[in-house]
Every structure is written in structure tokens, then in C-alpha cells.
Design a protein. Structure first.
Length: 243
């Protein structure tokens, strides 16, 4: 099996506060090409970074612009680690990254709005599931179709992407942000590298099934989600003694 056919990208951000857990998200790419080398990996990463900072076609703003201002936007403070998992699709240790690079997170909102750092938007990635059923036999039941889905937790987010429903006061993600996220996925779904014209497809990765699959569709619900690992320590504590 040729190297660099299955890649795991970890995109990491640097918080300004030392008490905030450094957030990250993961992207997976597959290719059937056998001609890729490390220059193609670099080309793929550069294009992913560019699209994260850019306004996707059909959207009104970039994903980067609504990331929380608790993240550093200083030069090259955000990082990308790339692992070649071609021989490790079952989840075995892939060793050290094959590429490490940094980038500058694009400017945020001119007037940032408060939002807990754990609040995130979830992008669901769906690969073709064929005859896979949602629930299979067994106790507890198996979940064959779950292997064909993946999730990206995007956050921490600026409060501008949240609104209150007028009649119920339910918090929800504004539709323009949902559009930005799905158009961003569309923009990075198929990437052709410059050095050797290698085509990479965004994918879901099932360690249990030991495969990656390219996507059929993606969606974003309007319900905010929460990443528990971002339940950071408080900066101060107010204690009131009671008689």
C-alpha cells in the first residue's frame, strides 16, 4: 500500500488564557492515488487552511471569523499536525506526525460577544451506507450505519452565531452560520494537490471497520452542542460563608 493515501489532520488553536483547554478538531482524507509524497500532503494542508480562513462560495463570512476571540490570532499560533494512517486504519498507533505546520487564524468579529468556550457547532458527515442498518442484532444492538458517519465539533464560537427564538427563547445557531459550515465542507470536500495532481476526498474514518469512506452529504443542526473537555477551570471563586 502506497503512503499518504489516508491522512489524519488535527487542527489546533491557541487560547489566550492559560486556563482554557486548547481546542482542536480533526479532518480525515483519503486518496486512491499512489503518487503522493510529502509535498502533496503540504499542498492539501495549505488549501484546507486557506478555506478555513476564506469566505466559502455561497456563504457570507468565513468559519475563522466567528471563532471565539479567546483564541490567539497572532502570527502562526494555530497548528496542523498530519498523521499518515494508511497502514493504521484499525486505529493502531500511527507514530509521529509526517508534517507539522502553523498558520494564522483570520480576524474575528469587530465586537466580540461572550459565549462559553465549550459551546460548539456540530457538522455531521455522512458517507454512503449502502445496506448498513442503523441497529443490528446483539445486546446492546450493533450500530453498523454509525460507522458511515462522522462529526466535526467547531468551536469555541463567538456569541454572534447564537440567537433566541422569539416565542420560546430557545437558543439556536443562526442559519447564516449553518450555511457557512456546510459551504466550508463543500469547499474542502475534494482537494487536488499541486505537486502531483493527487485528488484527496474528505472522509469519515471507522476504526472498528478499518476503513475511510468519502462523503455523500453533510448537515448542521441549529442546536448548539457542548464539548465537555472544554469545561475549564475557573479564574476565581466567590465563597459566601453561611451561618
Amino acid at each position: 500500500m502506497a503512503p499518504f493515501q489516508n491522512l489524519h489532520l488535527q487542527i489546533k488553536f491557541a487560547p489566550l488564557s492559560p486556563i482554557i483547554d486548547p481546542p482542536s478538531f480533526h479532518l480525515y482524507y483519503l486518496s486512491t492515488y499512489t503518487t503522493a509524497d510529502i509535498t502533496d500532503v503540504s499542498s492539501l494542508v495549505n488549501q484546507v487552511i486557506t478555506q478555513f480562513n476564506a469566505i466559502p462560495t455561497g456563504a457570507g463570512y468565513s468559519v475563522a471569523s466567528v471563532m471565539s476571540d479567546c483564541l490567539s490570532r497572532a502570527s502562526n499560533q494555530s497548528l496542523v499536525d498530519v498523521y499518515d494512517v494508511t497502514a493504521h486504519l484499525a486505529g493502531t498507533p500511527a507514530g509521529s506526525p509526517v508534517l507539522l505546520t502553523s498558520f494564522t487564524l483570520a480576524a474575528g468579529q469587530p465586537t466580540p460577544k461572550a459565549n462559553p468556550e465549550g459551546v460548539a457547532a456540530v457538522i455531521t458527515l455522512q458517507a454512503p451506507y449502502g445496506t448498513d442498518v442503523e441497529f443490528g442484532p446483539g445486546t446492546p444492538p450493533t450500530r453498523p450505519r454509525a460507522r458511515d458517519r462522522g462529526r466535526i465539533y467547531v468551536g469555541p464560537l463567538d456569541g454572534s452565531v447564537l440567537a433566541l427564538e422569539s416565542t420560546t427563547n430557545r437558543s439556536y445557531l443562526v442559519s447564516s452560520f449553518q450555511t457557512t459550515l456546510v459551504k466550508w465542507i463543500q469547499a474542502i470536500n475534494v482537494i487536488t494537490t499541486a505537486p502531483h495532481t493527487v485528488i484527496y476526498n474528505l472522509a469519515v474514518w471507522s476504526r472498528k471497520g478499518a476503513f475511510m469512506k468519502s462523503l455523500q452529504e453533510c448537515w448542521v443542526d441549529d442546536r448548539p452542542d457542548y464539548q465537555r473537555r472544554r469545561s475549564d477551570q475557573a479564574a476565581s471563586r466567590l465563597i459566601q460563608g453561611l451561618p
